[in-house]
Design a protein around this ligand. Structure first.
Ligand SMILES: Cc1ncc(COP(=O)(O)O)c(C=O)c1O
Length: 348
């Protein structure tokens, strides 16, 4: 089975497992775990932030960030299909008491003008005030699309002018950095808080970090404890993170090249794929023109030995390349998918 459902499908390599086995550990809650401390130091530096806090998941990192940045009744603004809005069970409301304002836009990227039109000052006795802007880079629900640096700079400048705080859901910020050739510190350093996930393209079994100023990270550590995320000998898994920062960042370019090759092959075979939109490790495949549902397409593909996954878009399936996917897998998927779906077209 060629599993292209998500880059969360990665499994630790033998070398990563060796790093895990050799990890020096201590009590993470007391900040006595040298491996966690090292991972936090390295990540803060990587993201251009003062400090980083290690947590089990990117969802927890996002929720800690939102709770740290806002007060109950404040508004958080972001693209309508952002992970924080559609995939975290309303955590922004549950844990931080935030109102959410969703923006509709292309490729997951909103403009300074949209932000200006949306922001509420909250200066009367009725209206909640906008407090936080959330950017997702790369943007999952639009197909791993990348925010160009100049658009980030424009949003950050506008948000600052409007007195807003900024969160970056950079679960896949290293994909954005590798794709655009811009150092992660430049993409992430101007935000108040940043999430980085280790268990996607970076290939760790689990783990994420939330980064920000030393002052905000004091609040973040308290929220982490409140959420039950303060751990003990967590260096066992943090060692995978240190290994990933050393060995699994540059190779992300291979995932991107494979996604481009897959998208190109499927488009050439007549499938509804826009190769220009393959900016990182996601390929969006629209099965609508074939006259079949995504459920039917997925069933045929699974039978053929390839797994894709649903997206928030009713007729679109996605393929995501990652370190468990080889060139041979791409060659086979390039053939198998059009065959399986071509058969569907004949029978439709
Ligand atoms: C953009 C983004 N943020 C956050 C997350 C949350 O990651 P996890 O499910 O590992 O907590 C995901 C997961 O897919 C994601 O795509």
């Amino acid at each position: 089975m060629i599993d292209l459902r998500s880059d969360t499908q990665t499994k630790p390599s033998p070398e990563m497992r060796a790093a895990i086995a050799a990890a020096e550990v201590g009590d993470e809650q007391k900040r006595e775990d040298p491996t966690v401390n090292e991972l936090e130091r390295r990540t803060a530096e990587l993201l251009g932030q003062e400090e980083a806090v290690y947590v089990p998941t990117a969802t927890m990192a996002n929720e800690i960030a939102l709770r740290t940045l806002g007060e109950p009744g404040d508004e958080v603004v972001g693209e309508e299909n952002s992970h924080i809005f559609i995939s975290e069970l309303g955590g922004a409301a549950v844990f931080a008491g935030l109102m959410t304002r969703q923006l509709r836009c292309e490729a997951g990227r909103f403009t300074p003008e949209q932000l200006r039109e949306t922001v509420r000052t909250g200066d009367n006795t009725h209206t909640p005030g906008t407090k936080i802007v959330s950017v997702e880079n790369t943007h999952n629900a639009s197909g791993g699309r990348v925010w160009p640096l100049e658009e980030i700079e424009a949003i950050v400048a506008t948000a600052r002018e409007l007195g807003l705080r900024l969160h970056l859901d950079g679960a896949r910020i290293m994909n954005a950095s590798v794709a655009s050739g811009v150092p992660a510190a430049q993409l992430a350093g101007t935000f108040d808080t940043v999430t980085l996930c280790l268990s996607k393209g970076l290939g760790c079994p689990l783990g994420a970090l939330v980064a920000g100023s030393a002052e905000l990270m004091v609040a973040a550590r308290r929220a982490k404890h409140l959420f039950g995320g303060a751990m003990r000998q967590a260096g066992i898994v943090a060692a995978a993170g240190v290994y990933a920062l050393d060995h699994n960042v540059d190779r992300i370019a291979d995932d991107h090249a494979r996604a481009r090759r897959l998208g190109g092959a499927w488009a050439a075979a007549g499938l509804a794929v826009d190769p220009d939109q393959v900016e990182t490790n996601f390929v969006f495949l629209d099965v609508g023109p074939l006259g079949i549902t995504t459920a039917e397409a997925s069933a045929r593909l699974t039978e053929a030995g390839v797994r894709l996954s649903d997206t928030v878009h009713p007729t679109i399936l996605r393929a995501v390349t990652h370190l468990g996917i080889s060139d041979e897998d791409v060659d086979r998927a390039a053939e198998l998918v059009p065959q399986a779906l071509g058969a569907a077209r004949v029978h439709a």
